[in-house]
Design a protein around this ligand. Structure first.
Ligand code: CTP
Ligand code: MG
Length: 223
């Protein structure tokens, strides 16, 4: 089965607040986009990589990436970018979707997701127990509930899917009800999504605090 990794990298990085779109921000001189792609290729379980980049930075992305990596134009929302990736690589048996912003994801996690798919699961996501108490709130900030923490998980990428199931999930997805991850679209089909243990190093670099942590970790491992 052919494994195609889609790397959404077309976001603006508003919460990070750097000058350049987030995927082009560097850790020890290497862009997050490149680090994420290198991890996928080094895992040994990925046959092809498609990076989804901002329209005006397609050329810049190609220049930053190894030969053979396909680069396509993204859309306004993450879901649009992933959809563009699927369309660009229709010849997959398995899709992985992996945020460019999870630049320090260990190759072992990527390999574990694919191994789970190869053993017959159709939708696999890495999950970590949450440490904060999570509450639901109304628009005024009033607390409406406290779900049991033991039943909550923080979900990471790479998320892996049987390709036919992923295509079906994206065909059924509606623009006015965007899911915040790919597995959410599969859940709506009534299909079971399986969790495997995530990895703290697969954290999403979203804020300046995350970037500080990522740069410190990168400096510690390259010295
Ligand atoms: N992404 C994308 N296309 C979009 C929005 C997001 O490809 N229209 C990608 C981002 O580049 C990132 C991943 O999806 O690699 C996860 O999104 P997020 O962490 O939210 O990144 P941004 O959307 O860039 O950040 P922000 O929401 O703070 O603007
Ligand atoms: Mg975003």
């Amino acid at each position: 089965g052919r494994v195609v990794a889609l790397v959404p990298a077309a976001g603006r990085g508003v919460r990070l607040g750097e000058q350049t779109p987030k995927a082009f921000v560097t850790l020890a001189g290497t862009s997050m986009m490149r680090l994420s792609v290198d991890g996928l290729l080094a895992s040994g379980v990925v046959d092809h990589v498609v990076v989804v980049a901002p329209a005006e930075l397609i050329g810049a992305a190609v220049a930053l990436l190894p030969a053979g990596v396909q680069v396509v134009e993204g859309g306004a929302e993450r879901i649009d970018s992933v959809r563009a990736g699927i369309a660009a690589a229709p010849d997959a048996d398995i899709y992985l979707v992996h945020d460019a912003a999870r630049a320090l994801t260990p190759t072992s996690l990527i390999a574990r997701v694919v191994a789970e798919l190869r053993s017959g699961r159709k939708a696999v996501v890495p999950a970590l127990e949450v440490t904060d108490t999570i509450k639901t709130v109304d628009i005024l900030g009033g607390v409406t509930g406290t779900p049991k923490r033991s039943e909550l998980r923080g979900i990471q990428t790479p998320q892996g899917f049987d390709a036919a199931l992923m295509r079906r999930a994206y065909e059924a997805a509606s623009a006015d009800d965007p899911a915040t991850d790919d597995a959410g679209l599969v859940e709506r089909l009534g299909e079971r999504v399986r969790t495997i243990p995530g990895d703290p190093l697969a954290f999403k670099i979203t804020t300046q605090l995350d970037l500080t942590l990522a740069r410190a970790l990168t400096a510690a491992t390259t010295k």
